[in-house]
Design a protein around this ligand. Structure first.
Ligand code: SF4
Length: 239
């Protein structure tokens, strides 16, 4: 998905979607006050970061550094911070949790069983995520309806009961093409792995490139049954 020499202009239809997404973000701030965006640094995150830091800058943005990210994620963070002159809040796992996990399971224990994989996601993602949203009244997610069967049921605003705050999904109706049209037209930075067959990017040892025609999330935890391939950040449709 390389940047063309001359970025295309935005269609009226996509600008209207973006306006609606901005309106949802503003409404969330008006309704809930303290709102944070949990950025995965994926393609959708580039769109949402652009909308938030350009139009609704009072929304906090954080990301999880699990300790197993691709190097490209850090380069991308640098580029985002350079463009917008803002800092992404980075939340880390507890060192003691990692030490215990590695002592009991090995550094790559997540390949051994579903339980060990979910335990790794729990300490590296779920627990830090809960710290990231602590004190906020609503959090923003970049899920889109077309991403998977489970995500097709997502609502624009839901109460995230397990975490005790509202969940806002401002780009639910955006298509894959919409996301990339916005990235190209706005000349946004993005993870170069997207150009190498990685539509969905998580931790390095748990993400592979996909083949043409495969589901966009087929490269995440590819050794597991499809139904298990979520990480625990959302009860029904997770990153
Ligand atoms: Fe651990 Fe893999 Fe989950 Fe990352 S994606 S937290 S490395 S199991």
């Amino acid at each position: 998905m390389s940047q063309p020499a001359t970025p295309p202009t935005l269609s009226d239809a996509l600008q209207a979607k973006a306006d609606a997404s901005i309106a949802r973000l503003r409404a969330a701030v008006a309704e809930y006050g303290l709102v944070t965006y949990s950025s995965s640094l994926g393609a959708e995150s580039m769109v949402l970061t652009d909308l938030i830091w350009t139009h609704v800058p009072e929304i906090d943005i954080f990301t999880l550094d699990t300790g197993r990210l691709f190097e490209e994620a850090f380069t991308l963070m640098d580029r985002l911070e350079g463009r917008y002159k803002r800092r992404v809040r980075v939340v880390y796992p507890a060192a003691s949790d990692i030490e215990t996990y590695v002592r009991e399971n090995g550094a790559n224990g997540f390949y051994n069983s579903l339980e060990q994989r979910q335990a790794c996601c729990f300490i590296r993602k779920t627990v830090p995520f809960r710290r990231g949203i602590a004190g906020f009244k609503a959090w923003v997610t970049g899920v889109r309806h077309e991403q998977s069967a489970t995500r097709s049921a997502a609502q624009p605003v839901e109460f995230d009961a397990p975490n005790g705050l509202y969940k806002i999904a401002p780009i639910l109706d955006w298509t894959h093409e919409d996301v990339w049209a916005w990235i190209r037209a706005r000349k946004l930075p993005y993870n170069p792995l997207h150009d190498r067959g990685y539509p969905s990017i998580g931790c390095a040892p748990c993400t592979r490139a996909i083949e043409p025609g495969e589901d966009s999330r087929a490269g995440r935890w590819w050794w597991e049954a499809t139904a298990n391939r979520e990480c625990g950040l959302h009860p029904k449709f997770k990153d």
